[in-house]
Ligand binder design. Structure first.
Ligand SMILES: Cc1cc2nc3c(=O)[nH]c(=O)nc-3n(C[C@H](O)[C@H](O)[C@H](O)COP(=O)(O)OP(=O)(O)OC[C@H]3O[C@@H](n4cnc5c(N)ncnc54)[C@H](O)[C@@H]3O)c2cc1C
Length: 434
């Protein structure tokens, strides 16, 4: 199984999790290894612990959420659920390949991983509509779970509930957005077209030439790193063991699961009944070790966090969250003193360099749309989106018994994880109880 086929499946899994108060004795003897302490690993660990399973999370960093779940765009956005497998994006992408400041950068160096991924991306264009609707359904359910968990566990993550505004700079782009709106409506999302002046009323600091705008009141924003760390603490309270600063070197299945890892210069192997691979862009390699093909490609993106050091800077920065679909840029206000701007897609393998020529367009974008906001203090960051060619997360069971995947969430991992984690945890529980 890949992504859930209906929202009913998600509702069932969510309802079931909500009915489980804590440790459930029939399954408490079953052990699960989770590889990765990003948003996908921590959400699934929490969902598994709520089902009474004994969970151990492995991660090579000292703290949770230190890779892609560190400084992303911050949007919990069902409104951004459109998958990228559209012919219009291919045409734009080809044009962008020849401009250094374009939203897309493609390293042409031959690589089987990259070109096979592109071929599968093109083949998935036939599922563009169905996958967009399904992504939006997952996002709607997942957002609700995330809000409930944050409230139940008292997690402060600079949550802003003001909605999200999409802006468009051309009539053609606005026309496309109307078509996308039809798909999002099918999924049950209220995303309405508003006049450009209305967008400026919703956010008085907005400048620039806006031709079209759409508003999604139910979308929100927040700090993914703060949330993930907070949920990891909640998972610990439910008994989850976190093995941080640990490099997982090999996993194998057959007669149980073996996880071999290095910690403090020593190698160890531990055995488990089940495993969930939630290793972000590392999931493909673990899939291979377990006999499964999980074609996650690392699609690099960048963010800047504008530090708003004084009151004068703070009033010039927007509180409303934006998606600029033409520039492929998203924004969020993280409390009074931080404004996050994120975007760009770079096909350059596992390269994690923060390039000045990719950061500059994000700063210039701020100057064009929010000219009053000072950008004197800007913290740049780059992260690798774990992206599947069809843009749908992998939530499937592996070939070998006890193997599960929670990975490949691409550009919407923050939005979707609290929903997809429930589905995967439910699959694990069903296998335990079988
Ligand atoms: C610029 C940018 C903007 C974005 N904006 C948004 C947004 O606004 N909204 C949204 O919904 N999504 C957004 N995303 C996507 C979202 O951030 C990702 O989908 C999500 O963070 C991926 O989480 P993950 O858990 O899969 O990966 P990660 O957070 O990378 O976690 C994987 C973990 O696995 C660990 N690991 C891997 N291999 C090993 C090993 N061998 N041993 C030990 N540990 C290992 C890593 O250390 C890492 O901590 C954005 C992404 C980027 C790059």
């Amino acid at each position: 199984m890949n992504a859930p086929t209906t929202s009913q499946q998600l509702k069932n899994a969510t309802a079931l999790a909500g009915n489980i108060p804590g440790a459930r004795s029939p399954s408490s003897s079953r052990s699960v290894a989770v590889i990765g302490a990003g948003i996908t690993g921590v959400t699934v660990a929490y969902a598994l612990a709520k089902r009474g399973l004994q969970v151990t999370v492995f991660d090579r960093h000292r703290y949770p959420a230190m890779e892609t779940s560190f400084a992303n765009g911050g949007q919990l956005s069902a409104s951004n659920a459109e998958v990228w497998n559209h012919p219009g994006n291919i045409i734009k992408g080809i044009k962008w390949m020849f401009a250094t400041d374009a939203p897309l950068l493609f390293n042409m160096t031959p690589s089987w991983h990259k070109y096979s991924w592109i071929a599968e991306f093109m083949a998935a264009m036939r599922n563009y509509e169905a996958n967009t609707v399904r992504s939006a359904e997952i996002a709607i359910m997942a957002r609700k779970n995330l809000f409930d968990w944050a409230q139940a566990e008292g997690i402060d993550f600079n949550h802003e509930k003001r909605g999200i505004v999409h802006v468009y700079r051309t009539d053609k782009a606005t026309q496309h957005a109307r078509m996308v709106n039809g798909l999002l409506e099918k999924a049950g999302l209220d995303r309405r077209e508003i006049a450009p002046e209305e967008a400026k009323q919703l956010e008085p600091t907005l400048a620039g030439d806006v031709k079209g705008a759409f508003y999604t009141p139910s979308d929100t924003t927040g700090d993914i790193h703060k949330f993930t760390v907070g949920l990891a603490e909640a998972a610990k309270r439910l008994g989850v063991r976190f093995e941080q600063d640990v490099d997982v070197q090999h996993v194998s299945a057959g007669n149980g699961i073996a996880v071999r890892y290095a910690k403090d210069g020593a190698n160890s192997t531990e055995r488990f009944d089940q495993i969930v691979v939630a290793a972000g862009v590392g999931s493909r390699a673990f899939g291979k070790q377990l006999g499964d093909r999980v074609n996650v490609y690392p699609v690099k993106g960048y963010s800047i966090t504008v530090e708003l050091k004084d009151k004068a800077a703070q009033v010039e920065a927007p509180w409303m969250s934006f998606v600029d679909d033409d520039a492929k840029i998203v924004t969020s206000r993280l409390g009074a003193d931080r404004f996050r701007v994120a975007g760009t897609a770079e096909f350059n393998g596992f390269n994690r360099d923060i390039r000045a020529d990719r950061i500059r367009p994000l700063v210039e974008w701020c100057h064009a749309l929010f000219p009053g906001m000072p950008t004197e203090h800007v913290v740049p960051w780059a992260g690798l989106r774990p992206m599947m060619p069809d843009m749908m997360p992998r939530l499937k069971k592996g070939r070998a018994p006890g193997v599960h995947y929670h990975c490949g969430h691409g550009h919407l991992g923050w939005t979707m994880s609290a929903g997809t984690a429930e589905l995967v945890a439910e699959n694990v529980l069903q296998e335990v109880l079988a």
